[in-house]
Write a protein that binds this ligand. Sequence first.
Ligand code: APR
Ligand code: PHB
Length: 394
Amino acid sequence: MNPQRSQVAIVGAGPAGLLLAHLLAARGVESVVLEARSEEYVAARVRAGVLEHSTVQLLTDAGLGNRLREQGDEHRGIHLQWPHERHHLDFVDLTGRSVWVYGQTEVQKDLVDAAAARGQDVRYEVSDVALHELTGDRPHVTFTAADGTAHRLDVDAVVGCDGSFGPSRAAVPEGVRRSWERTYPYSWLGILADVAPSTDELIYAWHPDGFAMHSMRSPTVSRLYLQVPNGTDVAQWSDDRIWDALAARLGHGQDGWELTPGPITGKSVLPMRSYVQTPMRHGRLFLAGDAAHTVPPTGAKGLNLAVADVALLAPALAALVRERDPALADAYSDAALRRVWRCTHFSWWMTTMLHTSGDPFDEQLQLAQLRWVATSEAGATGLAENYAGLPIGF
Ligand code: APR
Ligand code: PHB
């Protein structure tokens, strides 16, 4: 065992882990980040691409906003539609807040570059990460490095930023932890295509054949999604079948609007799940991001929630390890969970309002709800406030 010391061990180099390391470094707190995958693998993962107002503000304040403001695209709102009707919801008019379309892949790249620039200790391709003595005075993490050597890292605090499949959430003992879960009876088939978006802002479309969405990554790259049954094999969906379904569900030809197809460069099926585990703190272990909660992608809250968690956690850990002041650390789980449950509700609501289940009564309720959201200022403001995001400290 090669023993080492740091102030904080962070498991996982996704957006939660790397942003936390960045915010801690800005407060003079040293950390080591342990990541199972390679740097290239983590950088290439394609995920959602909408940043809330407060996420953009936080990244900017942290010195991570330059490329985002240059290459990202500020959107005033979204289009909400169902057959024969499309409505624009203007978040800026409704709430004074906008959103930015900037892929998570780009956020990850900015975080990796910033980590390299400050000499952040990130160990990629580690295995056997195990957390020890989390409720004692000597918490530590053991792991096997990429070269096969065994290591022990002694720290003041451990943070699980290791997503839904990492070891951290299970390190909270049964009997202490509690979890809530909802699986949905549908998935998303997502595509990336080398074609200019056919829309200025995102389109969320309800359709009797199933939900469809038109998003984008850049002026030349589109990202689109189709609701498909669970267990769908992408091989059943040829490029033509995908574009035909998108055209039908997104309303090609309606009021002169056209969907321009193009070469598909990536296809995948994503399951949809809501999951929350509490508490988000156990002794010297703190959970952040997907390690503590998963939301279905409708509404793009996953990354924004991870950012909000670490924005609360960084000052809490700094006070704990530098001044031995536990007040913010003690308050972290409850404070983070207020927002987690708000976003869990919002993501569930957007998902169940827009995806068809085959039940005719449900369909009429969905349409009634959509009409209300799109035409009542109170309804529209509720969606806008949640989509554009509540303040971090909510
Ligand atoms: N040891 C070390 N690292 C691990 C382990 C392990 N045993 N298990 C998982 N990891 C790593 C993963 O390889 C991944 O890079 O933890 C990281 C978790 O990153 P994300 O899944 O991106 O989660 P998070 O940083 O919380 O980001 C949340 O980003 O991933 C999306 O849908 C997610 O949008 C949400 C947001
Ligand atoms: C995306 O661009 O991938 C995206 C955008 C909005 C969502 C989900 C995904 O609600």
